[in-house]
Design a protein around this ligand. Structure first.
Ligand SMILES: Cc1cc2nc3c(=O)[nH]c(=O)nc-3n(C[C@H](O)[C@H](O)[C@H](O)COP(=O)(O)OP(=O)(O)OC[C@H]3O[C@@H](n4cnc5c(N)ncnc54)[C@H](O)[C@@H]3O)c2cc1C
Length: 416
C-alpha cells in the first residue's frame, strides 16, 4: 500500500510478529491508524509450548497463528527491517523469499523484534548445534531425535556408535534447556516401549550448565527440587561445565574433557538482533532503553518493547508475559493518544513463572503471593495457564486435542 492509498490516518509500522506485536494488533483502533506489520515470520509462534513440539506431544501448526488472520485490515510485509532512519521517518527492508530491498515510511514505529540465540562466540555452535527458538528449530530437533533412533537401530552398527547416537546433549540449564530435557525424558518413558523397546535403557540425556545450578531465574527451593527430580529421572546434570568448542557430534569443555552425542541443543540465552545492534539508541546490555511510555527518548515517535527493549528505570525480564502486557498497553496508549486523551505510564504486573520438568510435574513461582508450587497439581495449573494464553480459539482447540491424542495413542515417531 502506498501513501495515497493509506489516506490521512497516521501510518503505524510494527516490526515483528511475536508476543508484543500481536497484542498491539489485537488492541489497535484501525479507524485511527493504518497498520503495517513488517516481519520475516508470517505467523505468531506460542514459544512456551515449542519444547512440546520437539517430541510430538503437541503438533507444530497447533501453536502458530497466521499474522494476517490475527487482525483483518492490516497490511503484512514479509521482510527483515535492516535499518531505521528517524530523520526521514523511514525504514529500509530486505525481502525474505526474494532478493529485494525497499523503503517504507512511518508516522509511528514500533520495534518488537525480539532477540537472537546467544552463542557467546563459541566456535562450532552455529555449524553443529541445534537451537530452540523458532518453529523450524522444533522441527529440526524432532527430525534429529527420530533420525538418531533409526540410525541406532540399523543392523551392523557398533555399540560405540549406537551409544553416541543415543546420547542427547543439552547445553544451558535455563527454562528452555530444562523443558527440552523434560520432554525428551517423557518421550523415552512413554513412547519408546511401542517404538524402540530395546533403547529404553540405552538413551542418555545430559544437561551441561556452566554455573553451579540450573534454572537460575527460579527460587532456590524450586531449583533444588528440579535437580533432585532430574536425578530420579536419570537425567545427567553436569554443573560447572563450560563448553569451549562444539564439533560434529561432540562437545569440548574448559577442563579438557570431551563428550560425544547424536544431538546437541544449544540453549544459553539471548543476544540482540543485528537490527537492534545497528541502532544508535541508548541501550543496556543490548536492549533498547525506553521511557515509561515505551518510547525511545531521543525519538518519541518510535516505541520499543518486548525482549529487545527495557524501561530505563526498571530491570524487566525477557518473557512472553512482559511482552504481552507491554503490547496490550501500547495498543491502548496509541488509541488514547489518537483521541487526544492522556496516557499513563506502563506498569508491569509480574504474575510469576512456570516451567515443565517432566513426568507430569511442573514448577510455579508467584512472587506477589509468595507462592512456590511444584509437582503434579502445578502441572495442571501449567497446562491450563498456557491453554488460556494461546492467542486464538483454533490454537486452544488444537493443543487440547493434541494432548488428548498423545495420551490415547502415543506420539507419532514417523520421519518424512
Ligand atoms: C523455547 C522457548 C520457550 C519459552 N517459554 C516461555 C514461557 O514459558 N513463558 C514466558 O513468559 N516466556 C517464554 N519464552 C520467552 C518468550 O518467547 C519471549 O520472551 C517472547 O517471545 C518475547 O516476545 P517479543 O514480542 O519481544 O519477541 P518474539 O516473540 O521473539 O518476536 C520477535 C519477532 O520479530 C521478528 N523479527 C526479528 N528480526 C526482525 C527484523 N529485523 N525486522 C522485522 N521483524 C523482525 C521475528 O521474526 C519475530 O516475529 C520462551 C522462549 C523460548 C524460545
Amino acid at each position: 500500500m502506498n501513501n495515497e492509498e493509506r489516506g490521512s490516518k497516521p501510518h503505524l509500522v510494527i516490526l515483528g510478529s511475536g508476543f508484543a506485536a500481536v497484542m498491539i494488533l489485537k488492541k489497535i483502533d484501525l479507524e485511527r491508524y493504518n497498520v503495517s506489520v513488517v516481519s520475516p515470520r508470517n505467523h505468531f509462534l506460542f514459544t512456551p509450548l515449542l519444547p512440546s513440539t520437539t517430541v510430538g506431544t503437541v503438533e507444530f501448526r497447533s501453536i502458530i497463528e497466521p499474522i494476517r488472520k490475527t487482525r483483518k485490515g492490516i497490511d503484512y510485509v514479509q521482510a527483515h527491517c535492516i535499518a531505521i532512519d528517524p530523520g526521514t521517518q523511514t525504514i529500509q527492508c530486505e525481502g525474505v523469499e526474494i532478493d529485494v530491498e525497499f523503503t517504507l515510511d512511518y508516522d509511528n514505529l514500533v520495534i518488537a523484534v525480539g532477540t537472537n540465540n546467544n552463542t557467546f562466540g563459541i566456535p562450532g555452535v552455529e555449524e553443529h548445534a541445534l537451537f530452540l527458538k523458532e518453529l523450524v528449530d522444533g522441527r529440526n530437533l524432532r527430525e534429529r531425535i527420530i533420525s538418531c533412533l533409526e540410525r541406532a537401530d540399523l543392523p551392523g552398527i557398533t555399540l560405540k556408535e549406537r551409544a553416541k547416537l543415543l546420547h542427547f546433549m543439552i547445553v544451558g540449564g535455563g527454562p528452555t534447556g530444562v523443558e527440552f530435557a523434560a520432554e525428551l525424558h517423557d518421550l523415552v518413558e512413554e513412547s519408546m516401549e511401542r517404538n524402540y523397546p530395546e533403547f529404553i535403557a540405552l538413551v542418555k540425556i545430559t544437561l551441561y550448565e556452566a554455573l553451579p545450578t540450573i534454572l537460575g531465574v527460579f527460587d532456590t527451593q524450586l531449583r533444588d527440587y528440579t535437580m533432585r527430580h532430574f536425578n530420579r529421572q536419570g537425567i545427567d546434570l553436569q554443573l560447572n561445565k563450560r563448553v569451549q568448542h562444539v564439533g560434529d557430534g561432540f562437545l569440548e569443555f574448559g577442563d579438557g574433557s570431551r563428550e560425544e552425542g547424536g544431538l546437541i541443543l544449544w540453549s544459553t540465552g539471548c543476544s540482540p538482533t543485528p537490527l537492534v545492534r545497528s541502532l544508535n539508541f541508548d541501550a543496556d546490555r543490548g536492549r533498547i532503553l525506553t521511557d515509561e511510555y515505551l518510547r525511545v527518548p531521543s525519538h518519541p515517535e518510535i516505541y520499543a518493547l518486548g525482549d529487545c527493549a527495557t524501561v530505563i528505570t526498571e530491570s524487566f525480564p525477557q518473557t512472553a508475559q512482559l511482552a504481552m502486557q507491554e503490547g496490550k498497553y501500547l495498543g491502548s496508549a496509541l488509541n488514547r493518544k489518537a483521541k487526544g486523551k492522556t496516557v499513563t505510564p506502563f506498569r508491569f504486573n509480574n504474575f510469576g513463572m512456570l516451567a515443565y520438568i517432566g513426568e507430569s510435574k511442573a514448577l510455579a513461582e508467584v512472587p506477589k503471593a509468595h507462592l512456590r508450587l511444584r509437582g503434579a497439581l502445578t502441572y495442571f495449573f501449567w497446562r491450563s495457564a498456557y491453554l488460556t494464553r494461546l492467542v486464538s480459539l483454533k490454537n486452544k482447540v488444537l493443543v487440547l486435542f493434541d494432548w488428548i491424542k498423545t495420551r490415547l495413542f502415543g506420539r507419532d515417531m514417523s520421519k518424512f
